[in-house]
Design a protein around this ligand. Structure first.
Ligand SMILES: N[C@@H](CCC(=O)N[C@@H](CS)C(=O)NCC(=O)O)C(=O)O
Length: 227
């Protein structure tokens, strides 16, 4: 299988965590933000990554969007499962996946890129990195005011996770797509000392989930500890 991705995208991280959890061999092709459109639009009809090309017999040629990729992987290799057996629990797991995708993943993007353009500028001062940060900030309208709203959404999500993650799972009695999605979409916050210092349990859990899925933590992860 081939995963078309941005190496820095947390939605692509979500797809990689699922592939890793299911121990499905895959390769990645890193696309350049902006130029990616020429490849992705023609192939998948959308402009966002991740896009998976299964390259297998009896499989679709293209699966776009992280949620659809997990749905496909679950059918392709049901074991170990990311979906839950009980229909009510499964409905809740998909609701949480959607909440993290639509609300928290975008909020993380605001908080993360606002940090990288200010206090976190020295994490990678290279021209290329600063250019990507500037493009993303302009594309999504990321500034101090818009980031305030995002910070509140993240605070609400962390409060909710605090109830479940300190000693259990988001839904039911085992790891599911809901836990995986939360771990992927909050992982970029591990680079921010504010979150690392105030919520150590959150990043312990995110680390555990990355280990479970054989996925490395985000680059510069140690920056969150101020080293
Ligand atoms: N709902 C999509 C969101 C993916 C997404 O927002 N990807 C961003 C990178 S983090 C992207 O491709 N942005 C490029 C663009 O919008 O042109 C998913 O879950 O796959």
């Amino acid at each position: 299988m081939l995963l078309l991705q941005f190496s820095t995208s947390h939605y692509c991280r979500k797809a990689r965590l699922a592939l890793g959890y299911k121990k499905i061999p895959y390769q990645v092709e890193n696309l350049t933000p902006g130029l990616h459109i020429f490849k992705i639009k023609k192939l998948a009809g959308i402009t966002t990554v991740p896009v998976l090309l299964p390259q297998q017999k009896n499989c679709p040629a293209v699966v776009a969007d992280s949620t659809e990729i997990i749905r496909f992987l679950e059918a392709y290799k049901p074991d170990p499962p990311l979906y839950l057996d009980d229909p009510i629990s499964q409905k809740e797991a998909l609701r949480l996946e959607d909440y993290f995708d639509e609300s928290i993943g975008t909020a993380t993007r605001f908080v993360y890129y606002q940090f990288r353009a200010n206090a976190g500028k020295n994490i990678d001062p290279s021209l290329m990195s600063q250019l990507v940060i500037a493009i993303v900030r302009s594309q999504y309208g990321i500034n101090a005011t818009s980031t305030k709203v995002a910070e509140q959404k993240i605070a609400d999500a962390i409060a909710m996770l605090g109830e479940f993650w300190q000693d259990g799972y988001l839904v039911g009695e085992r790891f599911s797509v809901a836990d995986l999605t939360a771990a992927a979409l909050l992982a970029p916050l591990g680079l921010l000392p504010f979150y690392r210092h105030n919520y150590p349990w959150l990043f312990e859990r995110i680390t555990e989930i990355h280990q479970l899925c054989s996925e490395p933590l985000p680059k510069h992860w140690e920056a969150g500890l101020g080293v």
